[in-house]
Design a binder for this molecule. Sequence first.
Ligand SMILES: NC(=O)c1ccc[n+]([C@@H]2O[C@H](COP(=O)([O-])OP(=O)(O)OC[C@H]3O[C@@H](n4cnc5c(N)ncnc54)[C@H](O)[C@@H]3O)[C@@H](O)[C@H]2O)c1
Length: 250
Amino acid sequence: MAGALPFGRLDGRRAFVSGGARGIGAAIARGFAGAGARVVLADLDVAAASALAHEINAVAAGLDVSDVTAVQAVMTRDGPFDIVVNNAGIDQHAFFTDTTPEDWARLIAVNLTSVLACTQAALPAMQAARFGRVINITSEAGRLGSRGGAVYSAAKGGVIAFTKSIARENARYCITANAIAPGPIRTPMLEQAVAAGGDRILQAMTGATLLGRLGEPEEIAAAALFLASDQAAYITGETLGVSGGMGIGG
Ligand SMILES: NC(=O)c1ccc[n+]([C@@H]2O[C@H](COP(=O)([O-])OP(=O)(O)OC[C@H]3O[C@@H](n4cnc5c(N)ncnc54)[C@H](O)[C@@H]3O)[C@@H](O)[C@H]2O)c1
């Protein structure tokens, strides 16, 4: 790997992180900025994104990633990017029979269509540069399914299949595409689920992991930093479970 950046460094790389204002996205943005990348945080919550951007010397962009036209405009304005992390997502807490087509449309738009939109906006410049890292934050629910999260799981499963396809189409450009499947991670999304469902939900989540605990956003960020690094150049099309062992089933 002649000319590779040192292990754990992203100096000079330009990174786009969706949903970067809080939770897992914020940890990834912090990790990437600390490793020397120039980071653009895109989030619906522009005030929180701006506060974090100020702190880590990054750029904040107000963006609804489910708006395909807006994605193209923002990523053209703030790009090009060497690394794209498709992290923004929303959760579902309802049995499928209690959901509506409007619920499905929103869950698919934010959790799947946004990944397509951000990836398509970034790929032409990556192909021209013959370098790129696409990192998609899916979920173990995308591999295992989930009670009360059928549409969420369908979208996240779609992200895994999309990641493999992008890996196949772009290997010849030295672009890798990988997914990370978090287990239960201590973020505002999870805290809202626990607030709604109580301790029973928390126990079910931790009990589903082999390690018997929640993960921390920084544990996802560490995996993302590795996959973004020059040292991960021979890894593509994979889904890496960062889930305390939840992904092996049983
Ligand atoms: N926390 C977990 O336990 C867990 C587990 C598995 C997968 N995930 C996935 O990890 C990712 C991050 O989750 P989190 O727990 O940090 O969530 P979070 O709700 O704490 O943070 C998500 C961020 O995304 C932003 N966002 C939401 N919709 C958006 C949109 N349409 N456009 C732009 N920004 C938007 C929010 O404003 C927020 O800043 C999601 O894709 C989620 O599905 C989380």
